[in-house]
Each structure stands twice: as structure tokens, then as C-alpha cells.
Design a protein around this ligand. Sequence first.
Ligand code: ZN
Length: 385
Amino acid sequence: MKWFAFLFLPLVLAKDLKGFNEIRRDVPLAVSCDVEACQLPDCRCSSTDIPGGLLPRDTPQFVTITFDDPVNPNNIEIYREILYNRKNSNGCPAGATFYVNHEWNDYRLVNELYNQQFEIALHTISHNNNASYWAGATYDIMEQELGHQRKQMAHFANIPYESLQGVRLPHLQMTGNSSFLVMADYGVVYDCSWPTMHFTNPGLWPYTLDYATTQECLIPPCPTASIPGTWVMPMVSWFYGGSCAMVDYCDNSPDVNDEEAWFRFIVKNFEIHYLGNRAPFGFFVHDTFLAANPAVKAALIRFMDLVNHMHDAFMVNSIDVINWVKNPISLQEYRNKGCNPWKQADCQYRICGPMDSEHNNVEYWMHICNVCPRIYPWLGNPLGI
Ligand code: ZN
């Protein structure tokens, strides 16, 4: 074989060029997307095209409202106040997604959110505050942080393992290929950690990592391998307000005491999607921002009320967007298809503690829906046995 033939071999090892991430198995480097070969429901090239070739007016406008970090007795009050008992105009419960990490999390309250039909998703066990920890995280680390967290969350909140289908990485710090390889091996469907500022108007729709992405890498290292079956749900930055991925970090947002200005700010950004290619519109925020700024919370409530009254916009769980993209149906069909089936999850509520931990000297208490662990669960021992 001539030396140059190697250049055209698709199965080039996707070692990170910086040698940053140790990869447990050899994985093929992603090549440019082949639109003929890459077809729904399992493959989609990164693109601003509407799935299924639908016209914007025939496309449901999805709105994904998400919250990060542990659920606790303080923030559950906000969630109950602003989210519970909302319905979309098709009569189905309005969704929202919670990316929940382990430490200080109240699993009984996660069970409650699940039973309100909100989506629970993964946000790692340690939520390490050091970005370089994540940037250099190997497969083994991400397996402990995400793969094991899926078991841990299902166990302590007593919710179905299969219901945990999404990931948001702490600080939106990408880990190269490793988090996506773990997702593929553990059957986790999508990641919602990857912001884009280039593809905001029109916005980037979710796509798979079978082929190389066209999305820019804002917080490297981003994945370079072909990892079939994993979906990227891009965090389409807001267009007005300093291109922020998380609403709490918009540079040029209005005065946080001005409800009217905030309402107009949200609607203006929403309209870029709604009047454009109808890429899902995200409102990504932490509860603390709403708690500290009642005018912003009031503006968000008004916005959700508006969406819940629109015939062609729907507040949904993030996984619902991925499921629609896999099998896109017209607005009319979507309105008529009925609501998602749902199964209640019991909680045998127990308060456990004080418990020793092996990673620090803190004594922990846990509020859970299962038997008490022996020690505080952590990396390497996610169930605390
Ligand atoms: Zn977080």
C-alpha cells in the first residue's frame, strides 16, 4: 500500500492531537457527513435544515427550559411555583429538564419532579469545579462520572434507568470523545452541553456524531471521533444579549429588575427561532438566578404562559425534541398524536445519615427513595455499598 493511501483510510485513530485524552479503545475519526448514507431516524448530519424537509409553518416550535445542579428543599419551591400543572395547547403536560448532579442532591425531590413528568438527566457525580479535570477526563473517569451516575440516580430516586437519557457536562466543559463514548456504551442518548454562536440564525438542529460536525468548538476539547447513536442537542446561543448559552450569563441582558424588558428580551430571542427555521429554543438557567431576580422569574412565567397558549409552540422535555427529530411529523400530526405515556415511580422515603465519606471529611445526609447506603456514595462506589 502506498503511503498516501493512509490519508484516505476512514479508520484513522482518533487520538486527541494534544494527547490530552487517553482513549480506552481505538475509535474511527469522524469524516465529512455523507447525506445519502446518514438518514433518520438514527443518523443526522449537523445542519440548520428542518428535519423531514418540513416547512417552518408545519414544524412544531419546541421550547426547552432546563435547570442544572442538585434539587433541594429551597429550589423545589421555585420549580413547584413556576412549572407544576402547566399544559401545552395540545392538552399535554408542559415539560422541562433537570440536569442533576449527585452531591447535596435530594433524591426524594428528584422522584417528585419525575412524577410531575419532567425529565431527569445526568450532570455527573462529582461536579468537580476544576475545568481542567473535565478537559482531561479519560474514558474511565467519565464512565465513573456518567455511566455510574445513571445507575446511582435510578437507584436512589427510584426512577426508571431508561428514563435517564441526557447529559449536561459541568461548566459546559467538553471532555473530547470520552463522554460521548461512555454515552454510547451506556445507551445514553443525547448531550446538551455544547454551545454554538455561529449557528444561531438560523439555529442548529440536533444531530448525531456518526460524521464530523460543522459546529464550532467553543470549550475544547470537542469530540473528533465517529460515535454512532449519540446525539448532540446544540445549545443555540441567544442572538440578542451577548451570545450567551446560559441565560444567567448574558452580557447585554436588560436590568434584572425590569420585568417588561426581560419579557421582551426573551420573546425577541424566541422569535429568531419561531420566525426562522424553528430550531428548538432553549431557556437554560440555574434556579439561583431566578431566586435572586424576581422580575426575571416573572418574565419567564409570562413567557411560559405565552408559549402554553400558542397552537404551534410546545414546552417539552429535551428528550422529546430528540424523539421528534428522529421521526419528524408535521405540526398537525404532532398536535393530534396524544401525550407521552407515563408510569408513576413510588418513593419509600428514607433519611440517611450522618454518613462518612471516603473522598473528604464531610459527614453527609441523604434523602432518598431506597435503602440507606453504608457510606456516602461517590466515584468508584456510586451506591455507597
Ligand atoms: Zn452544574
